[in-house]
Design a protein around this ligand. Sequence first.
Ligand code: COA
Length: 179
Amino acid sequence: MILDFDRLPILETARLRLDPLVEADTQHLFPVMGDPEVMAYWDVAEIDDPDLVSAIVGGQVAEMAAGRAFYWAMRTLTDRQFLGVCDLSEVDRWHRRAEVGFILGREAWGQGYAQEAMQMVVAFAAANGVRKLTARTHLGNRRSEVLLEKLGFEEEGLLRGHVLKDGERRDCRLFGLLL
Ligand SMILES: CC(C)(COP(=O)(O)OP(=O)(O)OC[C@H]1O[C@@H](n2cnc3c(N)ncnc32)[C@H](O)[C@@H]1OP(=O)(O)O)[C@@H](O)C(=O)NCCC(=O)NCCS
């Protein structure tokens, strides 16, 4: 059985606790998604409407309930400070495949938190029958590329004009990890 959704897992690392995302996390995610620097390489521009962030989180909670994805709120173990969100989405049971994603508030960058969380998410995926992980980055998202390479992902190709953002088509890099 690949990725059992009956119980949404809480994951812990040396410094972090990952809890399944809930609607109340919207208030913490709103300032993160409102930061132009954080959103520079995201598929949509920074968001200044709290209702839109609420709708995104609601959609992600519904995806979990439908067994299509896991989204986790990342917090520090010591003081439960919200850092960001990471996920396993596009779960394909037949092909034993999923896509990873991650977003951290800017003040949490540069401390190895994303790497620590994603190492745990990769291990969780491997332990639950996933055999292939993918990730997609916008060209120029060096921080994400470095993180994915540290996790063992390899570049698999270029998706030309894959995203429409600010009126322009953007290229994306596709990364993959065989487990
Ligand atoms: C992508 C993103 C999560 C990467 O965050 P990050 O903090 O750079 O990633 P890591 O967790 O790997 O941390 C690496 C940094 O922590 C430092 N670090 C400090 N303590 C560390 C530790 N104990 N272990 C590992 N690294 C540590 C490293 O030296 C490195 O620093 P540097 O960036 O100054 O070289 C973050 O930039 C982000 O949220 N970006 C916006 C959203 C986004 O684009 N998401 C991806 C879409 S595909």
